[in-house]
Design a protein around this ligand. Structure first.
Ligand code: SF4
Ligand code: SF4
Length: 434
């Protein structure tokens, strides 16, 4: 989603310097019964049942994998409510009333160092699946699937690039949780028997790079190093990151693992530590709140399942409550636009952007070619758009829209304010049809 209603001015330089605030945990939290990857779910608790923090209270079904639903507060299951999910769909949520005791499920006992030392890659797969670990950079891809193969891995890339404007949650995490991040990376290395790991950080974050280099002197034999990568967007796209860090071009349709590479977002590495060492799922995460329409943009530690409205109140509410809003969960380029602020913050929400809505009508295409020059995957977005408008399915398929990573650049650069990415998304749907 490109925030067309506003000029993108990067507030990163302000927010990344401010410490993360701890958000109160609301009286009620909400957990989705389904999500974009899991259409169905079974709930194991009945109304009135007590639940512990971290307890498995249901199971989502993603077809080829199952995903446990963990309680993110201790308290009582009080029924269901419908709210918007980060995928923009009205969804049925489990409602838990918080007793504010934060009593962890007693069955979740930490692992000793001796137990951890014996874990195999297969054990990691099981632990990560049990803890419903997913890509916390926003991808929500199930992490255990990335471990569940026997290909040799020669290098692990930690994506600490955070390349979209406005978002600073990973930068704050890196400043505030350095030891846990390093421990998480060491665990990933153990799982893959991999001696080398590179933490990829943008060159412009020179101080952060130096902090990590200095800290890593405590781990001289770890094989973990800082890798400075470019400041451009979409440097955080895994294919661009791999090219910058290792000089390897991964052809379309191939996986990094085929080249001996495993890559994880830095917040995922942080979450893996909790899953493996503490045997606990992610129940809280950092979320950036930014945009022109919110009073006090900040980074917050937010309990998973918190309603967005609760978070926005703590940011001092809207600057102009009478104006319509553009609300985006995720970054301005790749995030999802929400139909309302009645949505729930799941563990894969990295940021919330709020802008006062302003009409930006589209003009006819002037064939400037900017969208074509900007596309990092070498597509021809203008031609794809024309094929969609003409409903020319063979042409759509021939233009290979499935290569699109939905980076949003074609919309961002379009001088006619055409939402070109939306057309490419539509072409992707048709290209998947037989
Ligand atoms: S076509 Fe897809 S990959 Fe290319 S610029 Fe547009 S959104 Fe990005
Ligand atoms: S950037 Fe916009 S105006 Fe230029 S060719 Fe692409 S669609 Fe047309």
């Amino acid at each position: 989603m490109i925030a067309r209603s506003t000029v993108i001015h990067d507030t990163k330089g302000l927010l990344d310097a401010l410490p993360t605030l701890k958000l109160d945990v609301p009286d009620d939290v909400f957990l989705a019964t389904g999500n974009a990857r899991c259409a169905k779910a079974e709930v194991f608790v009945n109304e009135g049942d007590h639940v512990y923090l971290g307890q498995v209270i249901g199971m989502r079904d993603g077809g080829f994998f199952k995903q446990p639903i963990h309680a993110t507060v201790s308290g009582t299951f009080t029924g269901y409510e419908e709210h918007y999910h980060r995928n923009g769909k009205m969804t049925k949520f489990i409602r838990l009333h918080n007793d504010h005791k934060d009593e962890w499920d007693p069955s979740l006992q930490p692992r000793s160092d001796e137990e951890i030392a014996k874990l195999t890659r297969k054990d990691f797969v099981e632990i990560l699946q049990q803890n419903a670990m997913v890509g916390l950079g926003g991808s929500s891809f199930p992490t255990h699937v990335k471990f569940n193969h026997d290909k040799p891995i020669n290098v692990i890339l930690i994506n600490a690039i955070e390349c979209e404007p406005y978002i600073t949650s990973d930068i704050r995490l890196m400043n505030e949780e350095i030891e846990k991040i390093i421990q998480g990376i060491l665990l990933i290395q153990q799982a893959f028997s991999c001696k080398k790991a590179l933490i990829c950080i943008k060159k412009k974050h020179g101080k952060l790079c130096r902090v990590y280099e200095e800290y890593l002197r405590r781990y001289p034999d770890s094989g973990i190093e800082v890798c400075r990568v470019g400041n451009f967007y979409p440097q955080g796209w895994e294919i661009a990151m791999i090219k910058s860090a290792l000089g390897i071009d991964i052809p379309s349709g191939h996986l990094p693992s085929e080249y001996g590479i495993a890559n994880f977002n830095v917040s995922t590495a942080w979450g893996i530590y909790d899953a493996v060492k503490l045997n606990r799922p992610v129940v809280e995460r950092r979320i950036s709140v930014s945009g022109d329409a919110v009073n006090y943009p900040s980074n917050f530690n937010v309990r998973v399942g918190t309603p967005l409205r609760f978070l926005l109140e703590k940011c001092g509410g809207y600057r102009h409550p009478d104006k319509d809003k553009t609300i985006i969960l995720g970054g301005p380029m790749m995030g999802a636009s929400m139909p309302s602020d009645d949505c729930i913050l799941t563990k894969t929400v990295t940021s919330v952007l709020v802008f006062d809505y302003e009409e930006a009508p589209e003009s006819p295409c002037i064939r400037c070619g900017s969208c074509v020059y900007s596309c990092p995957t070498g597509l021809e977005p203008k031609q794809i758009m024309d094929a969609v408008k003409a409903f020319d399915k063979p042409r759509m398929k021939a233009l290979n829209p499935l290569k699109c990573i939905e980076c949003g650049l074609c919309t961002y650069v379009c001088t006619s304010h055409i939402r070109v990415t939306d057309y490419v998304r539509r072409a992707k749907v048709f290209a998947k049809m037989k």
